[in-house]
Design a protein around this ligand. Structure first.
Ligand SMILES: NC(=O)c1ccc[n+]([C@@H]2O[C@H](COP(=O)([O-])OP(=O)(O)OC[C@H]3O[C@@H](n4cnc5c(N)ncnc54)[C@H](O)[C@@H]3O)[C@@H](O)[C@H]2O)c1
Length: 250
């Protein structure tokens, strides 16, 4: 996949899926800005990549903060002169069913999972348009495609919004050479779900829904991001790509 020398920004790349994406893209010659709220994890991921011979920089940023987005975009453009790929990946899950969730918790979910994607696109699009194009990849979930029965409704709503925001941006900004696609992983063993996966019932439910008979890995997800970021995906725009072993087939 051709991503050599592409300038990439990935949110929530201090750990979990984002750090795997950052490592794989750097292994393939991209240069990556790692954004995360957690400075220790974010810096450690960047240091590790640089130690391995790759190019990565850490920027501490809260993806719900417009000021942090402006600062991060300015820093990337100042350092590298452009931004070829933005991966809006940071996300959270407050695990409560709708009847137990407060309106404040709902708003927090919306702000982190959906508002962050809006802000990332808002600040990346002018940069990409100015340089003749780019690619945006938004991390949704299988829950952005179906009303997943094991997942809290608020999480599903935030991810559904990401699916449609992606398609709307894809159709409006294609004329500027900007592709916008979303990815939809099923359950992956990352810090986001690691504790829950220790519950045998939770684990059995998640495994039992996958036709391919195993959970997704962070590498499965990173490989899809590598493809969507690459030159080989030049005609993919507005695609909602499941990485789910078939979970959303039935
Ligand atoms: N793990 C799964 O099973 C799974 C499945 C489908 C989709 N997803 C989605 O994939 C994305 C990554 O999830 P993950 O499993 O790697 O989670 P994770 O909790 O392992 O990592 C998320 C990262 O985002 C950072 N983050 C959280 N809030 C932030 C904020 N406001 N500003 C900046 N950084 C922030 C965290 O510090 C952390 O490093 C999320 O959008 C999640 O919803 C995960």
């Amino acid at each position: 996949m051709t991503v050599r020398d592409k300038i990439v920004m990935i949110t929530g790349a201090g750990g979990g899926l984002g750090s795997e994406m950052a490592r794989l893209l750097c292994d393939n010659g991209a240069k990556v800005f790692i954004l995360d709220l957690d400075a220790e994890k974010g810096q450690a991921t960047a240091d590790d990549i640089v130690k391995g011979g790759g190019s990565a920089w850490f920027i501490k940023a809260d993806v719900t903060s417009e000021a942090d987005w402006k600062a991060a975009m300015n820093e990337a453009v100042k350092t590298c002169g452009r931004l070829d790929v933005l991966v809006n990946n940071a996300g959270i899950n407050i695990r409560k069913p709708v009847e137990e969730m407060s309106i404040d918790e709902w708003c927090t979910m919306m702000k982190v999972n959906t508002g962050s994607v809006f802000l990332g696109c808002k600040y990346a699009i002018p940069v990409m348009r100015g340089q003749g194009g780019g690619a945006i990849i938004n991390t949704s979930s299988v829950c952005g495609l179906v009303g997943h029965k094991y997942t809290p409704e608020a999480y599903t709503a935030t991810k559904g919004a990401v699916t449609m925001l992606t398609k709307a941006i894809a159709s409006r900004y294609a004329k500027d050479g900007i592709r916008c696609n979303s990815i939809h992983p099923s359950t992956v063993d990352t810090p986001l779900v690691r504790e829950r996966l220790k519950d045998p019932q939770f684990h059995a439910e998640r495994l039992g829904e996958v036709p391919l008979g195993r959970l997704a890995t962070a590498a499965d997800v990173a490989n899809a991001v590598l493809y969507l970021a690459s030159e080989e995906a030049a005609f993919l725009n507005g695609v909602a790509l499941p990485i789910d072993g078939g979970v959303t087939c039935y």
